[in-house]
Design a protein around this ligand. Structure first.
Ligand code: DQA
Length: 149
């Protein structure tokens, strides 16, 4: 089983970026955490980060036929991008949304999630742990799909 883990804009600046909200660990630490979580779950993982909406859309499209599922933190594009929502719907791969912070307790403009409309589950406010839970959930979800087929 292979999952694509996508991180959106400014997540490459973890550690530097508003540490009181996003923590003091850097993006390299997040990538290692995700790799360890994938190993724990017994799944393969491919990591992708971009600050560009179109590059994220391209990567979601390319996942079709290659990945079994997607874990995505679209970052600020969560709240603006119909294009990312449409790409997730187009490939129709099971997807799980992750946010480091609890967006439900933040500004009103963060209360809409377009990408979330195409996701089977959302984890927020758990920091790095949200990615681990997302990978484990997605593995169980995909195994269930296989059993049901
Ligand atoms: C975020 C929350 C978004 O609102 C924000 O724009 C981000 C990060 C999170 O992981 O908490 O860049 O997705």
């Amino acid at each position: 089983m292979k999952f694509l883990v996508i991180n959106g804009p400014n997540l490459n600046l973890l550690g530097l970026r508003e540490p009181e909200i996003y923590g003091r660990q850097d993006f390299a630490a997040l990538q290692q955490f995700v790799r360890d979580a994938a190993a724990e779950a017994g799944v393969e993982v491919e990591l992708f980060q971009s600050n560009h909406e179109g590059a994220i859309v391209d990567t979601i499209q390319e996942a079709y036929g290659k990945a079994d599922g997607i874990v995505i933190n679209p970052a600020a594009y969560t709240h603006t991008s119909v294009a990312i929502l449409d790409a997730l719907k187009a490939v129709a791969l099971p997807a799980v949304e992750v946010h480091l912070s609890d967006v439900s307790k933040r500004e009103s403009f963060r209360q809409v999630s377009y990408a979330g409309l195409a996701c089977v589950k959302t984890y927020m406010g758990l920091g790095f742990e949200g990615y681990r839970r997302a990978i484990l959930f997605l593995r169980d979800f995909c195994e269930g799909e296989v059993k049901r087929a």
